[in-house]
Design a binder for this molecule. Structure first.
Ligand code: SAH
Ligand code: MG
Length: 213
């Protein structure tokens, strides 16, 4: 931790023990869970908007969903989507332990398929946390826009793709180059979108905040 991290940590509400444990577990097992500052942003919006419904794309082992659960208002609900079996099996175990009143629903499907279904069902969300297949973000955006309530916020994680998206095109692999092209396309889409107010923050691995007008 650098001195800014230590300073910020002094003024943060302490993480509950089970989240500290999951964060440590994720670090050891290379599960890319969100950073503390991204958590600050999410907490801020959950507390200020107090959404009734929250959607997450990319559950992994359930860390961020369980983090968000801490800041939900009474009666609110989180829906989270994960397609990889080893990941959602762990998430399910963690939800069984740490979400006894089932405030979290896990959808075990590909995100595109799942969000298209949510759109057909006319679901709406006050906060959406997008943290999955980076190359798919431009495809998801029009659907997520429909799933967002007016005034609702779409928070996108890892828009810098480990910082690589801002560096040379020649220093990366073909696959990463494709992802970077898509992330740049996504940046262009969200910053130029007429229905969204967008803020890009160089926090953790890059976080975009888009509020629906
Ligand atoms: N939000 C989590 C971390 C998610 S990591 C946290 O902060 O704790 C990204 C996850 O997205 C991975 O587990 C990956 O399996 C999942 N993912 C990637 N592409 C996906 C897709 N197309 N559909 C559903 N899940 C996907
Ligand atoms: Mg992430």
């Amino acid at each position: 931790m650098n001195s800014v991290d230590i300073f910020l940590e002094l003024y943060r509400e302490p993480l509950p023990d089970h989240l500290v444990e999951l964060e440590e577990y994720a670090r050891i097992n290379n599960v890319p869970v969100m950073g503390r500052e991204t958590g600050d942003i999410i907490r801020y919006y959950l507390q200020s908007l107090a959404p009734e419904n929250v959607l997450e794309i990319g559950t992994a082992i359930g860390y961020s969903a369980l983090f968000m659960r801490e800041y939900l208002r009474e009666g609110a609900h989180i829906t989270t989507i994960e397609k990889i079996e080893s990941r959602y099996t762990e998430a399910e175990n963690n939800f069984r332990k740490y979400d006894p009143d089932s405030m979290i629903t896990l959808i075990k499907e590909d995100a595109l398929f799942a969000i298209e279904k949510l759109r057909e069902d006319k679901k709406v969300y006050g906060v959406i946390f997008l943290d999955a297949a980076k190359g798919q973000y431009p495809t998801y955006l029009p659907i997520l826009f429909e799933l967002l309530e007016p005034g609702g916020v779409l928070i996108t994680d890892n828009i810098f793709h480990n910082g690589a998206v801002v560096s040379s095109r020649y220093a990366v692999t073909q696959r990463d180059r494709t992802i970077h092209d898509r992330l740049r396309e996504y940046m262009k889409d969200i910053t130029g979108h007429e229905g969204l107010n967008t803020l890009i923050l160089p926090v953790d691995d890059g976080v975009a905040i888009c509020q629906k007008k």
